[in-house]
Design a protein around this ligand. Structure first.
Ligand SMILES: *Cc1c(COP(=O)(O)O)cnc(C)c1O
Length: 393
C-alpha cells in the first residue's frame, strides 16, 4: 500500500498501521489518489483531508473528543473545532457572532485576554455591556432595552473569585430575547460542568489548562450543537483567520484527555481539603471555593456543577506585603501565571492576570491586593497543605 493512500483515506480512529494511540500526523497537506477523489473531497462529497490549515487527522480527533465530552449524555450531535489557543477559539466565535452594531453582554470578572478582546471590538462597532450576570432582574432590563444585544458571554466559575452564574436561567433569558449564549468552560471542564446541557449555544475552551493538564502546550477549542453555525460561520473564519491548532498540541491534548476525569476528581478533592484548611486559618480572611457550604452561589453550584474543580482563591490578612511574603516563602507550590496543571500553581491576580483592569473595577470584582489564586494540583494533599501552612506562619 502506498503510504500516501492510507494517510488520506483512513480517519485516525482506524489507526494507521493499527497503532493503539491516535498517531501524530505531521503533514501540511494530504495526497489525493486521483483528481476525481480530490474534487470529491473539495466538494465535501467524500471525507478526507486537504490542507493542514483546514484540518488534520490528529487535530480533528482532538476536536471530536472534546465535542463528545461536552455533549456526553445528550441526544444529537455536537461539533468541535480545535484552535491554536483559547484566544483563537474565543476570537473566532466572537468574530462569527458579532457584527458592527451588535452588543455583547458579559461580566466584569472575565479572563483578562477575553476582556481585552471584547473591548477591542469597539473599534469594529461592537459594543460591550458589563453586568453581574447573576442579577436576573438587571439582565432582563438590559436584554429588553437592547434589541441589538445578540451575544451573552459568560465564565462560570469566574476568575479569580469563583463566582458562579446559573446557566439554565441565563440561557432561558438569553434565548427569550433572541441572543446566543457562549460559555467559557475552561475552569470547570466538561467533567465538572456541561454548559450545553444547561442551554449554552457555544462552549469555548483554553485546552492549555485542564484538558492538556500538564502545562505542555497552548491550544483551544470551540464546541456547538448548531451544525449550521459551526459549518457556515465558525469554520470559514477559523480557516481564513488561520486559527487552526497544530497536530503536536492536539496530540498532547488527546493524551491529557485520557486522564481528565481522574485528574478532575483529584483536583476537586484536594481543593476541597485545602479550602477547609484555609477557612480555619487565622491569617485568612475569606476563601472562594465552589465546594464550600457558605459559597454565595451554592444553590446554582448544586444545580449545575458535577465537581467543584481545582480552582480557589483566598484573601490574606495584611494586603500586598503579606501576599508577597507568603508567595515568596512557598517551596512546594509554584508561582506561575497559568492554571489546570497537575502541579499546584499560585498566582497574584492584582499584580498579574488582572493588572490591566483599573483599580476600581478590580475592587468591584473582589480582586484585592491580598487575594491569592490557587490552582490545586493532584499531588498528595498533605504536601500542598504543609507548604501553605509554613508560608502562612
Ligand atoms: C487561559 C484562559 C483563556 C485563554 O486561553 P489561551 O490558551 O491562553 O489563549 C481563556 N479563558 C480562560 C478562562 C482561561 O483561563
Amino acid at each position: 500500500m502506498k503510504i500516501s493512500s492510507f494517510v488520506v483515506k483512513d480517519p485516525p480512529q482506524n489507526h494507521y498501521n493499527h497503532a493503539h494511540q491516535v498517531p501524530l500526523v505531521a503533514a501540511s497537506s494530504f495526497v489525493f489518489d486521483t483528481i476525481e477523489q480530490g474534487i470529491n473531497i473539495f466538494d465535501g462529497v467524500e471525507k478526507g483531508h486537504i490542507y493542514g490549515r483546514f484540518g488534520n487527522p490528529t487535530v480533528d480527533a482532538a476536536a471530536d473528543k472534546i465535542a463528545a465530552l461536552e455533549n456526553h449524555g445528550l441526544d444529537g450531535e455536537a461539533f468541535g473545532l480545535f484552535c491554536a489557543s483559547g484566544m483563537a477559539a474565543i476570537s473566532t466565535v466572537l468574530a462569527g457572532l458579532c457584527q458592527s452594531g451588535d452588543i455583547i453582554l458579559t461580566q466584569g470578572d472575565l479572563y483578562g485576554g477575553s476582556s481585552a478582546l471584547i473591548d477591542s471590538l469597539t473599534a469594529r462597532g461592537v459594543r460591550r455591556i458589563t453586568a453581574d450576570l447573576r442579577d436576573t432582574e438587571k439582565l432582563e432590563d438590559i436584554l429588553s432595552e437592547n434589541p441589538s444585544l445578540n451575544t451573552v458571554y459568560v465564565e462560570t466559575p469566574s476568575n479569580p473569585t469563583l463566582r458562579c452564574t446559573d446557566l439554565v436561567l441565563l440561557a432561558n433569558l438569553t434565548h427569550h430575547y433572541g441572543a446566543r449564549l457562549v460559555v467559557d468552560n475552561t475552569f470547570a471542564t466538561p467533567i465538572g460542568q456541561q454548559p450545553l446541557k444547561h442551554g449554552a449555544d457555544v462552549v469555548v475552551h483554553s485546552t492549555t489548562k485542564y484538558l492538556n493538564g500538564h502545562g505542555t502546550g497552548v491550544a483551544g477549542a470551540i464546541v456547538t450543537r448548531d451544525k449550521k453555525l459551526m459549518e457556515e460561520v465558525f469554520v470559514p473564519i477559523h480557516r481564513l483567520h488561520g486559527g487552526t491548532g497544530n497536530a503536536w498540541d492536539a496530540w498532547l491534548v488527546l493524551n491529557g484527555l485520557k486522564t481528565l476525569a481522574l485528574r478532575m476528581e483529584r483536583h476537586s478533592s484536594n481543593a476541597e481539603r485545602v479550602a477547609e484548611f484555609l477557612m480555619l486559618h487565622p491569617r485568612v480572611a475569606a476563601v472562594n471555593y465552589p465546594g464550600l457550604p457558605g459559597h454565595p452561589d451554592c444553590s446554582t453550584i448544586g444545580k449545575q456543577m458535577i465537581l467543584h474543580g481545582g480552582m480557589l482563591s483566598f484573601e490574606l490578612v495584611g494586603g500586598l506585603p503579606c501576599a508577597k511574603s507568603f508567595m515568596n516563602r512557598l517551596t512546594f507550590c509554584t508561582l506561575t501565571p497559568t492554571l489546570g496543571d497537575v502541579d499546584t500553581l499560585v498566582l497574584h491576580p492584582s499584580t498579574m492576570s488582572h493588572r490591566s483592569l483599573d483599580p476600581e473595577t478590580r475592587l468591584a470584582n473582589g480582586i484585592t491586593d491580598g487575594l491569592i489564586r490557587l490552582s490545586i494540583g493532584i499531588e498528595h494533599v498533605e504536601d500542598i497543605i504543609s507548604d501553605l501552612k509554613q508560608a502562612l506562619n
